[in-house]
Design a protein around this ligand. Structure first.
Ligand SMILES: [Zn+2]
Length: 154
């Protein structure tokens, strides 16, 4: 089975995917034990590679820029889904990550979508399926993060 990552953009006029600081709410009620920590490791993987990037805790899904939810009902072969709704104050990005399946790398990948990245090359964490994706953030992913913002990588 070749599990895929999906990205859906709702076309509203307020972009949220070019920020460097994101507020994040993790819906623990939807997660299995240990998965909150896996999400924290996924965030740390990104911030370890991008010094100006911050993930700050939000008090609720409604107040968050990024809301992360564990999902059990994604249609196979989808491992994770990122939905970006533009138009709410502050923007809103909801990430659904399939429970039990390569959870951390799926979270890392979907957080990448939440920050504006599209699918990337073979061997990058943003590659389009679990079979071609790195399990950690790579230099190509960092390049893409800066490129989508129009910034020069330091
Ligand atoms: Zn994807």
């Amino acid at each position: 089975m070749n599990f895929l990552f999906a990205l859906f953009l709702a076309l509203w006029p307020q972009p949220t995917e070019h920020l460097r600081h994101y507020t994040v709410y993790v819906d623990d009620s939807t997660l299995l034990p240990g998965q909150h920590e896996a999400i924290e490791r996924a965030e740390k993987d990104w911030t370890d590679h991008i010094s100006s990037l911050r993930f700050l805790p939000a008090a609720s899904c409604e107040e968050a820029t990024i809301c992360i939810i564990g999902a059990t009902d994604l249609p196979e072969p989808i491992a994770g889904v990122t939905q970006i709704e533009r138009g709410r104050p502050g923007g809103f990005i909801q990430i659904s990550v399939l429970l039990n399946l390569a959870f951390q790398v799926t979270a890392t990948h979907e957080i990448g979508h939440a920050m504006g990245l599209e699918h990337g090359s073979e061997g990058s964490v943003m590659c389009r399926s679990l079979e071609c994706a790195s399990w950690t953030v790579t230099s190509a992913d960092v390049d893409a993060w800066y490129a989508v913002r129009g910034w020069t990588r330091p």
